[in-house]
Design a protein around this ligand. Structure first.
Ligand code: HEM
Length: 147
């Protein structure tokens, strides 16, 4: 009974995280062109403040639940990931997830040091967006692809 609960937590956390990144990349970019720069600075500061307080918790649940599922069901599969399509894709998904976490930590570090620029922000968003598209494809593909 615990596994479905952890999986649901993982899904909800993934939903919030992916939704936020997709909103920033797909909506904010075009909204920026329609609003005065001064207003946009306020909007982006508000979003950044909210993201900085909420996202650490979302990531904690996302990664905690992910690790919990591996611990309960997939330790043996990950012990030799190359022997099954599922293991390979899951391992790849986890590597990409760790890379997303490193992007997030780098962004927090840049904000804290006051060194986050519009260019860095754009690069980090685009890279995380790409990672998430692949992670979702892997998360579903690992249940359907075989070789
Ligand atoms: C950016 C981080 C991550 C995202 C966006 C993400 C997203 C997802 C999604 C969308 C699913 C599909 C769930 C379903 O359709 O039922 C999934 C499944 C899964 N994820 Fe993640 N995940 C992330 C990180 C991790 C990490 C770090 C781990 C393990 C250390 C992990 C382990 C798993 C496992 C084992 C499943 C399969 C669950 C099952 O159905 O048995 N995930 N993930």
């Amino acid at each position: 009974m615990i596994y479905p609960l952890i999986l649901t937590l993982h899904l909800f956390a993934a939903l919030i995280f992916i939704g936020t990144v997709f909103f920033e990349v797909l909506f904010l970019g075009s909204i920026r062109q329609q609003l005065p720069a001064r207003v946009m600075v306020w909007v982006e500061q508000g979003i950044a403040r909210r993201a900085r307080s909420l996202m650490p918790w979302v990531l904690l649940v996302l990664f905690g639940a992910g690790l919990g599922m591996v611990w309960l069901r997939y330790l043996a599969v990950l012990a030799s990931p190359l022997t099954s399509a599922f293991g390979t894709l899951l391992a790849l998904k986890i590597v990409l997830a760790v890379s997303v976490l490193l992007h997030f930590l780098a962004a927090m570090w840049l904000f804290k040091r006051g060194r986050m620029s519009a260019r860095y922000q754009h690069l980090i968003h685009a890279s995380v967006f790409g990672h998430l598209v692949v992670i979702v494809l892997l998360a579903k593909g690992m249940f359907y692809l075989t070789w």
